[in-house]
Design a protein around this ligand. Structure first.
Ligand code: CDP
Ligand code: CDP
Length: 224
């Protein structure tokens, strides 16, 4: 299998990680969830009492506590210094503060460096906000997923219900809108469609439909 890199960007709950995981499995590639890295730094800041505004101390946390991924049958697990934080980094205290942490240039520089090393030999499906624009500007395939905010909030709401997490729908929707706003308006590598990315509106589309559309894009570009 040709070892190309596939970059998938888009706002919260546009379906990035779900389709990226399926594509990686089908192609035999490595899946990298860059959002989990920014969430891990936020988790570390809360755990060690570091202010979300203190970029230098946040970078020190990254140096002190390495973030690693482990691919398992059940999916990807995230570890910090040997501790499985896969669940902890999805909690509301992390979600509500991650956009402030990820807006720092110093924090991004550190994590982007790590993401580029992961993808240096190809064969990676990477999802995030700036993969096509900043992390892997030479990725062979770039996808930008969008969906209406209403549908994205409904997807998260349903996901939380399945996991037994109680959430208020309007609060959840407002949280997604706030995070989208901060992510799209920050100075460093804002959430933006790369010029050469293919836009897919996933509103009303099933996961299978989106995966099939991306596979067609890959084929049409002459890969795999
Ligand atoms: O899964 P969800 O859409 O909720 O978010 P995520 O992909 O886990 O990303 C969490 C947050 O990390 C985003 O809201 C961004 O603030 C930040 N992020 C980023 O700045 N750059 C990336 N490449 C990935 C995530
Ligand atoms: O990674 P990102 O935040 O972009 O979204 P996700 O975590 O992949 O998807 C959020 C939720 O929407 C998951 O529960 C998916 O199963 C669901 N989803 C969907 O219902 N339809 C799609 N076309 C894509 C995702």
């Amino acid at each position: 299998m040709e070892k190309i890199n596939i970059a998938i960007d888009g706002p919260a709950s546009s379906g990035k990680s779900t389709v990226a995981k399926i594509l990686a499995k089908d192609y035999g590639f490595i899946y990298t969830d860059t959002g989990a890295m920014y969430r891990s730094v936020t988790y570390l800041a809360i755990k060690h009492g570091v202010a979300f505004s203190d970029a230098k101390s946040l970078v020190n946390l990254i140096h002190q506590y390495p973030i690693t991924f482990k691919q398992t049958e059940e999916g990807q697990l995230v570890f910090i210094d040997g501790e499985d934080v896969s669940q902890a980094i999805r909690q509301p205290d992390v979600t509500n503060n991650v956009s402030e942490v990820s807006a720092h240039e110093l924090v991004r520089k550190e994590l982007v460096k790590q993401q580029q090393i992961i993808a240096e030999n190809g064969g990676v499906v990477m999802d995030g906000r700036d993969i096509g624009t900043a992390v892997l500007p030479n990725a062979q395939v770039k996808i930008f997923l969008v969906a209406s905010v209403l549908e994205r909030a409904q997807r998260r709401y349903k996901e939380n219900q399945t996991k037994g997490i109680q959430t208020d729908f309007e609060t959840l929707k407002a949280e997604i809108e706030k995070r989208d706003y901060i992510d799209s308006h920050r100075e460093v590598s804002p959430l933006k469609q790369a010029k050469d990315a293919v836009l897919i509106d996933t509103t009303g589309k099933s996961i299978e439909d989106v995966v099939a559309t991306i596979k067609t894009v890959v084929k049409d570009k002459g890969y795999l």
